[in-house]
Design a protein around this ligand. Structure first.
Ligand code: 3SL
Length: 251
């Protein structure tokens, strides 16, 4: 990065487009608003020690014998035999305090694994919007938002969160060659921010979760600023950033 210029801000609409972006010099913000990255924030807010994001149910289950709580979501539902699925409310209990967790979800944990080459990888959701925005402003480093989407397709809710970041960071960051996705995300956020739930009512994943009768999860995931945690990846494992920084001041 040229020392006189602002760091760049980019938005990748799907993990399938990641090949178009350099990750190595960037902070990557992985976004799966409904619901994986929101639930990860909630788990850390409730005292989880660490979270291992994995791709398959077998991999997640293999952590049980190592003393982990294990989670798995497929088609929006908890997979039988696991401790929990992917509802933020399932991470709001005493069992989570101090727990080591392994989890696989349809898109969110895959997007994290696909972004592993990032210089730093953090997890974003409306739940930690302000804390994450403030932290990103202080880093002076190029940022790439990776929307988890749905099975490699574009989705609206992750784009809206990327747009919220774009809006709140616009004074501090410049746009790169990949500017159109940022402009589109910011525009969608600006026309929806007064009523995110209403704006998403016809979107695919809203309807998928609504049909499972978990509208309370949707409402929770679209509510801004419920926690000050920032999950950050180190050696394939997510930790809460302030705890990791204390343990390793040089990170
Ligand atoms: O796609 C994912 O990773 C999940 O967040 C989907 S769900 O909201 O749990 O159905």
């Amino acid at each position: 990065m040229d020392s006189n210029s602002k760091p760049t801000f980019e938005v990748c609409f799907s993990p399938a487009l990641l090949g178009n972006y350099e990750l190595e010099d960037k902070i990557v913000v992985v976004i799966d608003v409904l619901r994986a990255t929101t639930s990860m924030c909630v788990a850390f807010e409730n005292g989880a020690k660490l979270i291992v994001p994995v791709e398959t149910t077998d991999e997640s289950m293999s952590y049980r014998e190592k003393g982990y709580l294990v989670g798995a979501e497929r088609k929006g539902e908890k997979v039988e035999g696991f401790d929990f699925g992917n509802s933020p409310f399932s991470f709001m209990n005493e069992k989570i305090k101090g727990a080591k967790i392994a989890i696989t979800t349809t898109n969110g944990t895959r997007a994290i694994r696909a972004s592993i080459k990032a210089d730093k990888l953090v997890v974003g959701s409306f739940a930690n919007l302000k804390t994450l925005t403030d932290w990103l402003k202080k880093q002076n480093q190029n940022v790439l938002c990776v929307c988890s989407g749905w099975k490699n397709s574009f989705n609206l809710e992750d784009t809206l969160f990327a747009g919220a970041l774009a809006y709140h960071l616009q004074e501090d960051f410049g746009l790169s060659y990949h500017r159109d996705s940022v402009l589109a995300a910011k525009h969608l956020y600006l026309i929806s921010r007064q009523d995110l739930v209403g704006f998403l009512k016809n979107s695919s994943h809203y309807l998928r979760l609504h049909n499972l009768q978990i509208d309370k999860d949707i409402d929770f995931c679209l509510t801004a600023n419920q926690t000050n945690v920032i999950p950050i990846l180190k050696d394939g494992v997510l930790y809460e950033i302030s705890k990791l920084e204390k343990a390793n001041a040089s990170y």
